[in-house]
Design a protein around this ligand. Structure first.
Ligand code: FES
Ligand code: FES
Length: 165
C-alpha cells in the first residue's frame, strides 16, 4: 500500500508517494530528491552525519520515517546558504578549520545551527562540546568545530543586534 505525503524541503514543496512506508527521511532526501549533502554514516542514530532540521529541531534523518512527516518543513545543508552567501555557521567552519575529510561536516553544521537556534550554544566550549556530542568526527576535528560554533554564535548574535538596533 502506498502513502502520499506533502512536505517542504529547503522552502520547496514536494508531493510524494511512498511505496514503502519504511523509507527513512535520509533515503528520501538522498535517493528521491537528489539532496546528497546529508550523509549516511551509521544509519542507526549513532554518528549524527545525517542531521537535518525538521520544523527547526535537529533530527537524525536516518531514524525518521518519511511517512511521519506529512506537512513538515525540512532544512538540509543544501538549504542554508543564501545564494552565494554562506550561512554564518558554514563560514565559521571554514574560518576555523572545523573539518578534515568533510564527511561529518553537513551533520555538524546542521547540528550547530540547531544548537544555536535553541539558545544552547553560549560561549562555554564545554557546553558546546556537550551540545554537539551526538555528532561524531572520525578525523577528530573537534577543536575547530567547537571554535566555529562559538564564533558563529557570536556572529549571529551581532547580526541580530544590528537588525534589532
Ligand atoms: Fe544517521 Fe549516523 S547516519 S546518525
Ligand atoms: Fe572527517 Fe569529521 S571531518 S569525519
Amino acid at each position: 500500500m502506498s502513502h502520499s505525503i506533502s512536505l517542504t524541503v529547503n522552502g520547496a514543496g514536494h508531493d510524494l508517494t511512498l511505496d514503502d512506508p519504511r523509507i527513512t527521511l535520509l533515503d528520501l532526501l538522498r535517493e528521491r530528491l537528489d539532496l546528497t549533502g546529508s550523509k549516511k554514516g551509521c544509519d542507526r542514530g549513532q554518528c549524527g552525519a545525517c542531521t537535518v532540521l525538521i520544523d527547526g529541531r535537529r533530527t537524525n534523518a536516518c531514524l525518521t520515517l518519511a511517512v511521519t512527516l506529512d506537512g513538515a518543513a525540512v532544512t538540509t545543508i543544501e538549504g542554508l546558504a543564501d545564494g552565494e552567501v554562506l550561512h554564518p555557521v558554514q563560514a565559521a567552519f571554514i574560518d576555523h578549520d572545523g573539518f578534515q575529510c568533510g564527511y561529518c561536516t553537513p551533520g555538524q553544521i546542521m547540528s550547530a545551527v540547531g544548537l544555536i537556534a535553541e539558545g544552547q550554544a553560549g560561549t562555554d566550549p564545554e557546553r558546546i562540546r556537550e551540545g554537539m556530542s551526538g555528532n561524531l568526527c572520525r578525523c577528530a576535528a573537534y577543536h575547530g568545530i567547537t571554535e566555529a560554533v562559538m564564533d558563529a554564535t557570536r556572529r549571529m548574535a551581532e547580526q541580530d543586534e544590528k537588525v534589532n538596533a
